[in-house]
Design a protein around this ligand. Structure first.
Ligand code: PLP
Length: 401
């Protein structure tokens, strides 16, 4: 068996062309010719199967140590596919801090289909056990949450799930198979927004599902083919190309995160930093055992002496944008941007305050990123003589008086 980096670069060899092309070609044909009536053909219609897409699907299954992979038109389409294998009357446990789009899909779509959901703190195994009902079929969670970077043990949750004969489904967008392999830790499905680290260049929207067994994979294939939310061959090629440099990018991203965090730890404008790589926390303890690294995303809380909006507006290299996982560094205020859909009190109760900043660090020179942050901090400090009282108005917007 080849090593992980070799698997990233080469994928699984598919000898399907006679040109000697080093890379899997982009096959654009929507339909395929039958030699004659009654013949069995490998490819017949591109929604059901496409060689470029299949290259990516086989590769991600290999990287995750799963039986089969499936590529979708977005991360949300992939998440839809795993929930779509359940029936009305089924009950699913979900993690407390999920990506907002996943909450929307659950609350405004799957609940209407007659599937019931219970939110549970997946870091608390007792609470997980207590929430399991006779009709519970699965538990779905993100091992590293956004934007507070809380860590759940995949191993422990999967052990509880196995005892109760329910499936474990993990959204591992933040860590990727380079940093964690949930199926090896006992999960049954892993899903990715391949829009993020796997493609890595902010130029494609894509989603992936990997099933641990062929029997589970058949259920996903049915949804993929029946609903048709497949990834295009062009986008499959972009994800394939991104995957080749996944480990190299993540190594640099993690080095940059470490350098920036050690800079921020010495700053009085910063009151709290959230990153599983920081020792002395339960999150770190779990991540150390189950992950190869801690990822390229971290968040921090600015002291009340700094105007958070002014801070992000003064950044030049770190771009103000949602999303994560690409070669360029991005910054956002979750309270105002990625998590704005949650009611204000829910945001505050969850620890998502207007002073919380989330960074998704890229592969630039860390010295330049630190210089950018340093000058934005200096520009955003509220002058001492101006008395600032921060209040939340009825819409939950921070108002300075
Ligand atoms: C953890 C996580 N899962 C799923 C998604 C949805 O993926 P996509 O935007 O590719 O549909 C996102 C998007 O930000 C995400 O961060």
């Amino acid at each position: 068996m080849t090593g992980f980096n070799t698997q990233l670069v080469h994928g699984k060899e598919i000898k399907d062309n006679n040109t000697g092309a080093i890379n899997m070609p982009i096959y654009n044909s929507s339909t395929y010719q039958y030699p004659k009536i009654g013949d069995k053909v490998r490819w017949d219609y591109a929604r059901s199967g496409n060689p470029t897409r299949e290259f990516l699907e086989k590769q991600v299954a290999q990287l995750e140590n799963g039986a089969c992979g499936f590529a979708f038109a977005s991360g949300m389409a992939a998440i839809h596919a795993v929930f779509a294998i359940f029936k009305p009357g089924d009950h699913i446990l979900i993690g407390q801090q999920l990506y907002g789009g996943t909450y929307r899909l659950i609350n405004q779509y799957f609940k209407l289909q007659g599937i019931t959901f219970t939110t549970v703190d997946t870091r608390n195994l007792k609470k997980v056990e207590e929430a399991i009902q006779d009709n519970t079929k699965a538990i779905y969670f993100e091992p590293v949450t956004n934007p507070l970077l809380h860590v759940t043990s995949v191993k422990k949750i999967a052990a509880v799930a196995k005892r109760h004969n329910i499936l474990t489904i993990v959204d591992n967008t933040f860590l990727t198979p380079y940093l964690q392999k949930p199926l090896d830790l006992g999960a049954d499905f892993v899903v990715h927004s391949a829009t993020k680290y796997l493609s890595g260049h902010s130029d494609v929207i894509a989603g992936l599902v990997v099933a641990k067994t062929f029997a589970l994979g058949e259920k996903i294939y049915f949804v993929q083919n029946a609903l048709g939310g497949v990834l295009s061959p062009e986008s499959a090629n972009l994800v394939r190309r991104g995957i080749q440099t996944l480990s190299v990018r993540l190594d640099r991203q993690q080095q940059n995160v470490a350098a920036i965090i050690s800079f921020l730890q010495g700053r009085r404008e910063v009151v709290q930093i959230n990153y599983p790589g920081i020792s002395g926390t339960k999150d770190h303890e779990i991540a150390q055992h189950e992950c190869r690294g801690f990822g390229g995303v971290f968040s921090f809380t600015l002291s009340p002496a700094v105007n958070a909006s002014s801070f992000v507006n003064h950044l030049r290299l770190l771009k103000l944008a949602v999303s994560l996982g690409a070669v360029e560094s991005l910054v956002e205020i979750p309270y105002e941007m990625s998590h704005a859909e949650l009611p204000p009190r829910e945001r505050i109760n969850a620890g998502i305050t207007p002073q919380l900043i989330r960074c998704a660090i890229g592969i630039e020179d860390s010295e330049d990123l630190i210089a950018d942050i340093k000058s934005a901090l200096a520009a955003a400090v509220i002058p001492k003589n101006s008395t600032v009282v921060s209040l939340l108005n009825s819409k939950g917007t921070l108002v300075n008086k």
